[in-house]
Design a protein around this ligand. Structure first.
Ligand code: SF4
Length: 478
């Protein structure tokens, strides 16, 4: 593959001024890259090499013009979630071990499981980043050096940190390991971004409290990789720096043990009147005073892609494989949709409308309602949800394909009956509607009902010939 770097070719840069990278295919295996980064990054040979690589990962469009798609970064709270995220199109996953990570209650990985996960991901061209993002106390530093060395030995692609002490130790113990800054470090301006980049951080996950204008300005001012959250639960506190759980339950959010008291339903109790609860109402709608809707920047994807964000991150290491698979599938399809738009569409990314199907599918994966948070304006009470802290989920998983085939072997996730109508979530936004014709248990006996955990040969109409290992079958909730 031959790559020519064009520096400051005015005509090409003017063609789509808001897109930070363009690839023009001149002939098979030969590309021209026009990249506004490169104008300022020329003196950094390493950076140019990295940009060439990331640019070549991008999809090609029908007209030879390619928009620079950001990485799609998915949560992997367990090995199965990692496999699911890879199957549905993540470019990278993030995960944690038992210690040093901010999701102590997620399934998490021991060394061997992490090694397997990294091997599986790398076989599929997917990167693995490991969270080492606790706010560390002195005692937490015990074992850190050997843990970092183990991560390097396992061949992970980077670590995610928020504590300067852990960062400085990582630079010393594993100096070639890429380091990403966690959103917990609250980067809200370009000087702060420059500070962290000067410390050896290669990528910044910006604070979730930024507007698109602020993100664009940081992009304009700094050269390192930028990552933002595009989907998932939000903290009511500043990018997760929160003591609520600590005070109310003794579980420290900054050590990975949040009990989510922001989602509790609150009432007032007078001590001499036990059992009499007085409502606490922020307004007439209710009592979930800290309960934010979930972030969803689906409709902002065109502008985020055009702004030159390097990685779009999905929250949810504690969520189910149904959530991980469903959300990754939709964002993958949305990014691929953007990749095939003609060059003219990018003249004004704010005018690109995402097809409604993407938001419709998001609603089926389980949300507390959606908000764009700070991206266009400061959120107000409309961004809170007062009626329930539970995520509404109109669809649920039925089974996961273990051995594909016209009559696949599936692992049941929710009780299912012969004759039910279900759907196969294939890669891409399309679904395959199916009816269950018959089921056989492991002994080969015909059954009318299968329960969670059962392994079942499932015959459907039409036959599920396009089903793939790790693919998910779902149905509308009863
Ligand atoms: S209590 Fe809520 S706001 Fe605070 S860290 Fe936990 S999830 Fe975030």
């Amino acid at each position: 593959m031959r790559v020519i770097l064009i520096i400051g070719v005015k005509r090409q840069l003017q063609a789509a001024p808001l897109i930070h990278t363009q690839v023009f295919q001149t002939k098979k295996n030969s590309y021209i890259v026009a990249n506004t980064y490169l104008l300022v990054a020329l003196e950094q040979t390493v950076k140019i090499k990295k940009l060439e690589y990331s640019t070549m990962m991008k999809n090609e469009s029908r007209k030879g013009f390619t928009v620079a798609l950001p990485e799609l970064l998915a949560p992997a709270g367990s090995y199965e979630k990692l496999v699911t995220a890879v199957h549905y199109g993540a470019n990278a996953v993030y995960l944690g071990a038992k210690n040093f990570s901010l999701r102590a209650k997620a399934g998490n990985f021991d060394d061997e499981m992490m090694r397997q996960g990294v091997r599986f991901a790398h076989e599929h061209g997917v990167k693995v980043y490991v969270t080492v993002n606790i706010i560390a106390h002195n005692i937490d530093l015990l074992g850190l050096d050997s843990y970092l060395a183990t991560l390097e030995n396992i061949d992970v692609d980077g670590i995610i940190v928020s504590d300067p002490g852990i960062l400085s130790r990582a630079r010393k113990i594993v100096p070639t390991m890429p380091v990403h800054l966690s959103t917990q470090a609250n980067v809200t301006n370009h000087r702060s971004a420059s500070f962290w980049l000067d410390q050896g951080v290669g990528r910044l996950n910006l604070a979730r409290e930024l507007s698109l204008l602020e993100i664009r300005e940081i992009r304009r001012q700094v050269r390192g990789e930028l990552e933002i959250f595009v989907h998932g639960a939000l903290c009511i506190s500043y990018s997760g720096r929160c003591m609520l759980s600590n005070y109310m339950t003794g579980r420290d959010a900054n050590q990975g043990s949040c009990a989510h008291p922001c989602r509790f339903s609150y009432a007032l109790l007078e001590e001499k009147r036990p059992g009499e609860y007085y409502p606490v109402e922020e307004d007439e709608r209710g009592t979930y005073i800290f309960n934010s809707k979930d972030l969803c920047l689906m409709d902002m994807l065109p502008q985020l892609v055009a702004a030159g964000i390097d990685s779009l991150k999905i929250e949810g290491r504690m969520k189910s494989i149904f959530y991980v698979g469903g959300v990754v599938r939709i964002y993958r399809a949305a990014l691929d949709y953007l990749a095939q738009l003609p060059q003219e569409a990018w003249a004004d990314p704010s005018k690109i409308q995402m097809p409604e199907i993407f938001m419709q599918e998001i609603q089926k994966t389980g949300t507390r309602g959606t908000t764009e948070n700070f991206i266009n304006e400061r959120p107000g009470s409309a961004e809170m949800i007062y009626t329930s802290s539970r995520a509404e989920q109109s669809y649920e998983p039925v089974a996961v394909i273990r051995e594909p085939g016209a009559a696949p072997l599936v692992e049941i996730r929710n009780q299912v009956m012969r004759g039910e109508h279900i759907e196969y979530m294939q890669q891409g936004i399309e679904l395959i509607p199916l009816k269950i014709i018959s089921m056989e248990d492991e002994e080969g006996s015909s059954i009318t009902k299968a329960n969670p955990g059962n392994l079942v040969i499932m015959q459907t109409a039409p036959p599920l010939s396009d089903g793939r290992e790790h693919g998910i079958l779902r149905r509308q909730k009863r």
